[in-house]
Design a protein around this ligand. Structure first.
Ligand code: FAD
Length: 440
């Protein structure tokens, strides 16, 4: 039974020095926080939004791909997450494989995801705090002493020995002075920003039969043709089965005419949000007017609580992971994770032909989690150290959780041993990950 005092005991405190402080509670941050707390480090996680889960939470039932490897969990942290969701009943999640990425993941009910993450943090002893964006740092030389958050009534700050940046946007690193890059190297182009939405009253079997019958592209053309009638359409659409009858989640490429959106800039994010809401509402009008099979009677159930962001800042780390590494399957002596699946260019044309090019299961080096210039910081998730296409090679959420797992283990070790993350013997991190069932 919940009680107010019990809940407050879990909330991250400003008068404590944590061993490990994680900023950002998407798949990477959840992995990092659970790993650090499970390793015995006094851990807290700060989340900017009013809920945990990152893209998984705003994109309703979109598959968290690569949570499994050959049908089995990828290690102790993935198991904690999967087992918790399964324990919440049949509506919480369902396993599924998606076509070209051969998903190997879970379609997760967004509300049960929130419950699962709360329970996991509480059970592993990880303090948490929502509505707490990291907006600055207090530095001493090359170390972050406190992460600062400008809150509604006061500016709060949180002390920690080692920090992990899993904000997706590299906010903590940016404020600490870590060099960062944004977008494609040649022109700064970014993967699209997407407002996902969910439909109810879908004739699900008829919908998937129609997609098979028309062909995926031709089926999407039925919807995209709505632009001829003045409606706002997305660059592409894809449909995920949910855990509930008649409900389907719609992933998409964002408004076709949105252009480049840098989601670290609120004015540009407004374009994605405003147009995303319109694309969702217009979708309903289009499929009704055009009697798109399976969707004739569908209704709008939910629009994402925020746009889903694929790419913003990436840090410059000790090693910059490239697409070429992913294709060649470069082995690194400091491997701390493997990325499975395919290149996922988020709808960018340049990536389309590359989808199957990468080696599924390629190595990911520890050095790509280690930022330049700051000594007590690790960075995991989509803001780690990659080239633009290096990021697209295996950006599935299960892979991001694996990077978080590695960063969390290393952060806990560094904090408990009193050494800089970059001075840790990598063999010790690898040993700990292997003992947690991670295949390196
Ligand atoms: C529309 C879309 C569709 C996708 N489709 C799939 C798919 O089908 N399957 C799949 O596996 N992957 C998919 N991906 C990729 C996958 O979702 C991402 O690669 C993954 O979510 C990245 O994880 P992350 O934890 O690094 O970042 P995010 O999920 O972006 O999480 C970052 C978290 O940090 C928080 N945050 C941001 N700034 C701050 C701050 N200053 N302080 C504190 N907290 C902060 C955010 O609120 C958020 O909760 C998709 C991505 C998008 C955007």
């Amino acid at each position: 039974m919940l009680d107010k005092t019990g809940i407050l005991q879990h909330v991250a405190k400003t008068d404590t020095t944590y061993d490990v402080l994680v900023a950002g509670a998407g798949p990477a941050g959840i992995g990092a926080a659970l790993a650090a707390a499970s390793a015995g480090a006094h851990t807290a996680i700060l989340e900017a939004r009013g809920f945990f889960g990152g893209v998984a939470a705003v994109s309703h039932w979109m598959p968290m791909n690569r949570l499994f490897l050959r049908g089995e969990s990828r290690g102790a942290i993935h198991s904690l997450f999967i087992d918790k969701l399964r324990s919440l009943g049949p509506d919480a999640c369902r396993e599924g494989k998606t076509s070209w990425v051969d998903g190997d993941g879970l379609h997760i009910h967004p509300e049960y995801l929130r419950l699962a993450v709360y329970e996991l943090f509480e059970e592993t002893g990880c303090d948490y705090r929502i509505a707490t964006p990291v907006t600055g740092t207090q530095m001493e030389g090359g170390r972050i002493v406190r992460a600062v958050s400008a809150a509604k009534d006061e500016t709060a700050s949180f002390a920690a020995k080692v920090l992990v940046d899993t904000t997706g946007d590299g906010d903590l690193s940016y404020h600490a002075g870590v060099p960062t890059v944004t977008g494609r190297e040649t022109d700064g182009e970014l993967m699209s920003v997407t407002m996902s939405f969910a439909l109810c009253d879908v004739d699900v079997e008829r919908l998937y039969a129609a997609i098979d019958e028309y062909g995926n592209e031709e089926f999407q053309d039925l919807i995209r043709a709505g632009e001829d009638d003045g409606y706002h359409v997305a660059a592409w659409y894809s449909f995920d089965r949910s855990t509930l009858p008649g409900i389907v989640s719609v992933n998409n490429g964002g408004w076709k005419r949105a252009g480049r959106i840098d989601a670290t800039r609120p004015e540009e994010l407004a374009i994605a949000d405003r147009s995303g809401v319109q694309v969702a509402a217009d979708f309903i009008r289009i499929v009704h007017e055009r009697q798109v099979p399976g969707l004739e009677h569908c209704r709008l159930l939910r629009i994402g609580a925020a746009p889903g962001i694929r790419e913003t800042r990436r840090i410059v780390g000790e090693y910059v992971m490239t697409l070429e590494d992913a294709i060649a399957g470069t082995e690194f002596p400091d491997v701390v994770a493997r990325r499975y699946g395919a290149v996922d260019p988020g709808g960018m044309d340049e990536g389309r032909d590359l989808r199957t090019a990468m080696k599924s299961g390629h190595a990911f080096p520890y050095r790509s989690l280690l930022p330049l210039k700051v000594d007590n910081l690790l960075v995991a998730g989509r803001c780690a150290s990659y080239t633009h296409l290096g990021l697209t090679a295996g950006k599935s959420m299960g892979n991001m959780m694996a990077l978080g797992h590695a960063a969390g283990v290393a952060a806990a070790m560094a904090a408990l041993e009193g050494v800089r993350p970059r001075d840790l013997p990598v063999a010790l991190i690898q040993k700990s990950l292997r003992e947690a069932g991670v295949e390196l």
